[in-house]
Write a protein that binds this ligand. Structure first.
Ligand SMILES: Cc1cc2nc3c(=O)[nH]c(=O)nc-3n(C[C@H](O)[C@H](O)[C@H](O)COP(=O)(O)OP(=O)(O)OC[C@H]3O[C@@H](n4cnc5c(N)ncnc54)[C@H](O)[C@@H]3O)c2cc1C
Length: 489
């Protein structure tokens, strides 16, 4: 039997998705001993990496739900949060488009809902909508406009939240799934393959697996039902097709198929909303694609599927309560569930995290503000966004920014080195942080070069560089010389 390392912390967060990392950062504002435990090699690889990246307006959610309670306040927190963490965020606005009289009546109901909540929303006539978005289906009748809706790179945000949390004293344990949990007196104990961790408070932010974690403690009062959403991403030539995120009028089950300009500018269409049996069913399907294309073209007819460069699916953690579950367990004192955080969980996460602080205070945890809390992380150099003059200056200061590694997205060696120094450990970690390998060739050209940089920076053999953690090594033996020579030619 392996002798496991034993440790003790005040607060253990299980799950490094957008919810866990947001909570980690909020708690890092206080003098607390906090550990975040993640089963994957890096944070943000659960549902957080596979979603639409929309910062919702806050007018969709049914009144009285926790989704409504957290969505609009979350939306309002994004500009400052992304500014502090230097994360790409665009307040590109949301349009909910009506295609007939009946839909127009529904749009008016959403307008009322938004106004009651204090959301900045207004109705636009057909002419106003088409002036704003000339590529929309010309027969539309009008739309609800929410200018404060936005778009963010969810993984980039989770990674930035974690980086800033670590900067402020939070500890991170990756590649350690919690496999068992129990209560010992007033402590909760978490077991991973390498550790036995005791904590005064356990925060369950395990996303799709939040019910499994609860059950490890013998807490069995909710279940998570996976609901899959497929998404299709276009190349940069689609950059100017629409500026706002385009929604249809939602059905009772979902917000419908959307046309989404990502915060980088290229388009995405999706998602579907299909109940699935497996929590990790990340397959994309021809049926899903047809439904998405049809839905997206009913909003923007000129969408051209030949420009699609990537497809993926994410799985929503819908709860048996049909709402978020944000509460201390009624059965296990000190076990806080942040479960069932389906859409709009990305938008709601900062507000949920702020509420967790209040819940801790209410539970009698001593919350002493940290006087040296640093809200900002070091600025990221995004080479392709700089002017020619700025690029020259950056290269002068650090020649690694003069070597383009990812040609599709113009990502330099300097940016990749920086990503690794900020915490990237894998090819996916680099790709999600700086987009190396996210362009049209999907890493076909730059992958060996990125591997070489990761290997050098982490001081590990080339063949030990992985795509997404142990078991996903890209080559069996060191063919580094051959690979890098070929791509450099
Ligand atoms: C297709 C799709 C589109 C969406 N679009 C939007 C959108 O546009 N806007 C929006 O606001 N919301 C959107 N959402 C919802 C949003 O993505 C989620 O609400 C959010 O990502 C949930 O974050 P989370 O941290 O709860 O879960 P996750 O990101 O899944 O994080 C949970 C983490 O826990 C870890 N974990 C699980 N079990 C264990 C264990 N036993 N031990 C250690 N670690 C463990 C996982 O590896 C994972 O990293 C969308 C969702 C989907 C699926």
């Amino acid at each position: 039997m392996i002798d496991k390392t034993r440790c003790s912390v005040q607060i253990a967060i299980v799950g490094g998705g957008i919810v866990g990392t947001s909570v980690a950062r909020e708690l890092s504002k206080y003098n607390l001993d906090v550990l975040l435990i993640e089963k994957e090699a890096e944070v943000g690889w659960g549902t957080t990496k596979a979603n639409s990246g929309i910062v919702h307006g806050g007018f969709h959610e049914v009144p009285g739900t926790l989704k409504a309670k957290y969505c609009f306040p979350g939306n309002q927190m994004f500009p400052q949060l992304c500014e502090e963490l230097d994360v790409s965020f665009k307040q590109n606005g949301i349009l909910m488009v009506a295609r007939n009289e009946e839909e127009m009546k529904t749009v008016e109901q959403y307008l009322e809902r938004g106004l009651e909540r204090g959301v900045n929303v207004r109705l636009l006539s057909r002419e106003e909508v088409l002036k704003l978005e000339p590529h929309l289906e010309p027969s539309i009748l009008g739309a609800l406009y929410a200018p404060e809706g936005g778009s963010v790179m969810p993984f980039e945000l989770a990674a930035a939240l974690m980086e800033n949390s670590i900067q402020n004293g939070v500890q991170l344990l990756t590649e350690n799934p919690v496999t068992n949990a129990w209560v010992e007196g007033d402590q909760k104990v978490l077991e991973t393959p390498a550790y036995i961790i005791k904590a005064q408070v356990v925060i369950n932010a395990a996303g799709l697996f939040a019910d499994d974690l609860a059950r490890m403690f013998g807490d069995d009062y909710f279940t998570i039902r996976p609901r899959k959403g497929e998404e299709y991403l276009f190349d940069m030539t689609t950059k100017d097709l629409v500026k706002s995120t385009i929604f249809p009028v939602p059905s009772t089950k979902s917000k419908g198929i959307l046309v989404i300009p990502t915060s980088e500018g290229n388009l995405m269409i999706g998602p579907t909303g299909d109940d699935v049996l497996e929590k990790e069913d990340l397959t994309t399907t021809t049926d899903g694609f047809s439904r998405i294309l049809e839905g997206a073209r009913s909003l923007v007819p000129s969408i051209d599927p030949r420009k699609i460069i990537a497809q993926f699916a994410g799985v929503r953690a819908a709860s048996s309560r049909h709402d978020f579950i944000v509460e201390f367990s009624p059965n296990i004192p000190g076990l806080l569930h942040l479960a069932g955080i389906e859409s709009p969980g990305l938008t709601a996460a900062p507000a949920i995290a702020a509420d967790v602080v209040q819940m801790m205070k209410d539970a009698g945890i001593k919350m002493e503000p940290k006087i040296d809390f640093e809200p900002r992380r070091r600025k990221v150099i995004r080479f392709h966004r700089l002017s020619r003059k700025e690029q020259d200056q950056v290269i002068k200061e650090n020649p690694a920014y003069g070597r383009v590694i990812c040609r599709c997205e113009t990502i330099t060696e300097g940016e990749i080195i920086d990503a690794v120094r900020r915490g990237a450990r894998t090819l996916d970690g680099v790709k999600f942080r700086v987009r190396a390998g996210a362009g049209r060739c999907q890493g076909g050209f730059c992958q060996p070069l990125v591997m070489e940089i990761i290997s050098r920076e982490l001081g590990i053999p080339f063949e030990q560089v992985t795509k997404r953690g142990t078991g996903s090594e890209q080559i069996r033996y060191a063919a580094k010389e051959l690979l890098t020579r070929e791509v450099e030619q």
